[in-house]
Design a protein around this ligand. Sequence first.
Ligand SMILES: *Cc1c(COP(=O)(O)O)cnc(C)c1O
Length: 342
Amino acid sequence: MKTIDLRSDTITRPSQAMRQAMMIAEVGDDVFGDDPTVNELERYVAELFEREASLFMPSGTMANQVCLKVHSSPGWELLCDRDCHVVNYEAAGPAVHSSLLVNLLSTDRGMVTAEMIQQNIRPINLHCPLTKMVTLENSHNRHGGTILPQDEILRVREVCDEHGLILHLDGARIWNVHVATGLSLPELTKPFDSISVCLSKGLGAPVGSMILGSAEFIDRCRRERKLFGGGMRQAGIIAAAGLYALKNNLERLTEDHANARNLAEGLNQFQMLSVDLSRVETNIVLADISGPETVESVLGKMKDVGVLAVPFGPKRIRMVTHLDVTRSDCNEALDQIREVFN
Ligand SMILES: *Cc1c(COP(=O)(O)O)cnc(C)c1O
């Protein structure tokens, strides 16, 4: 039986052409700054985002956590959406690595608004924590791949400037926002002091994330990466996959978005599932289960017919379209799910 794996866009495997690029990559010791392919990737990504510098990181988690650490001092307060990756899926990183106090805000579609920030900045006095940082996530994973409104991001930047707050972007899936909105990567990310992006999600590289920021910030991140144990030696092998991914797999993300919409509309036809179609803006589909079935039973039955998804709350499942599933795979998945539940 064929398996259609919609658990995440992280499951993509390097293609033959990507492996070829990896095989012929020139390498050196990147901890000495000697890996030409890593250096090329860092230059390429910095130019893509029109930033002074970028840094190759082993994972998105380390990328976010190194940014928070370099920006902050212990005891600072971080404002973010309550469903953000930085807090929910990075193993308590802000507390463990940076001794940050986190204020989790309830938002609509993941957008921490300028007004919310204004309302949550504490007075500066002896008693209160110092509210010093904000992180946004775009697209927003737990809200269903939703896109943050760019005009509101600009207002957030203004409030951060007024109050001396640092603004970080978890842009693991900023690529999806770029192709969905047509806004350029520099335009989407200009308001942020630092940015993390993932090469190993929809872009299809096997490993790697990047941090972007000022040259001075990136220098400090390089040291912090070493401290985290993330200094890599002949990393050109994997940097080559990142370069290949950026040059070949970026614009095609529109296919994933069209497939997600098709899948969402199909799932919405089934009585026991409902999808908020207004939230299907990129490659993520959240389906709510109505009736007595549990998430476990629904996922179990789907797995029995070769369709994989992940639990995403007590009555919710998540499916993600990606490079390794085609439109016909999505239609086949819908057929299989229909069989099971009829
Ligand atoms: C995947 C992801 C990351 C990075 O997670 P890793 O498991 O370290 O790859 C960060 N932020 C968001 C929103 C993500 O989806």
